[in-house]
Write a protein that binds this ligand. Structure first.
Ligand code: MN3
Length: 270
């Protein structure tokens, strides 16, 4: 799976500088103590980020083998990187609290389901029908929230915006007529999504399609692969834009990372 593999999903363990190995659940509980301290981190071979100077100690050096838990991937930019279009406070609460809650609740729902815990979030969501009925809604909502947000953070950057180039730029022009026509249609999908949800540009049956999903439903439920996604839940914009979702969407174009979208497009076309 190309486009969707955005999360360290394998049952990996993090090896700290000290050589100590911790599982994802332990690492997450430790890492969450650092809150905003996602900067000044180093990436471990397993794909985890360890805060510089972090001294993790455990009471016993031999970790018990347990199913691993999902974690919130750290932002690769500071909370204020997207100012003035998306404010630092919104980014902090959105990433740490909202995304954090989806992950916490996903892990809670999966407790006692070792078969699901060992799967990637992509595979869990693609096989939602085979998830036991008593946890299916929780997995759909919280697993979807985890997947959607993990992607969303990577689709924005400081100094983003402009227009896509290359294959994606050409495909947008040929599909929608022009970049501005595309922008208009995508924005309308976000504005028009009643309640909470997401606007999407996806590849479906080899073609670019604009659509939206309610709640935390993912592009998998549209039968497509994501190229661009926009969170239009109020929590994504209320502090700065209050109820004015169209203004949030208008300003959001200034932070879109078109290089990332192009990468997803290329993977989705394969
Ligand atoms: Mn959100």
């Amino acid at each position: 799976m190309g486009a969707g593999r955005i999360i360290p999903t394998e049952p990996t363990k993090a090896r700290l500088a000290s050589g100590e190995v911790v599982n994802r659940r332990t690492f997450f509980s430790r890492a969450s103590m650092f809150g905003a301290g996602l900067l000044g981190t180093t990436k471990t071979p397993a794909g985890f980020w360890i805060t510089a100077g972090d001294t993790i100690s455990t009471s016993n050096s031999k970790m018990e083998e347990k199913p691993v838990a999902f974690t919130v991937p750290p932002l690769t930019y500071p909370f204020d990187a997207l100012e003035p279009y998306i404010d630092a406070k919104t980014m902090e609460i959105h990433h740490d609290k909202h995304h954090g809650a989806y992950v916490t609740n996903l892990n809670k729902a999966l407790e006692g389901h070792a078969d699901l815990q060992s799967k990637s979030i992509d595979d869990i969501l693609k096989g939602l029908d085979s998830v036991p009925e008593n946890i299916r809604s929780a997995v759909r909502n919280n697993g979807g929230g985890h997947w959607n947000h993990s992607l969303f953070w990577t689709l924005m950057k400081k100094g983003g915006g402009g227009e896509p180039k290359g294959d994606l730029g050409s495909a947008i022009n040929s599909t929608f007529g022009s970049f501005s026509a595309f922008q208009e249609k995508f924005s309308a999908a976000g504005v028009g999504r009643f309640g909470s949800g997401w606007a999407w540009l996806i590849v479906k049956d080899g073609k670019l399609v604009i659509d939206s999903t309610p709640n935390q439903d993912t592009p998998y439920m549209l039968g497509g692969k994501a190229v661009l996604g926009l969170d239009v839940w109020e929590h994504a914009y209320y502090l700065k834009y209050q109820n004015v979702r169209p203004e949030y969407i208008k300003q959001w174009w200034n932070v879109v990372d078109w290089d990332k979208a192009a990468e997803l497009y290329a993977a989705a076309k394969k």
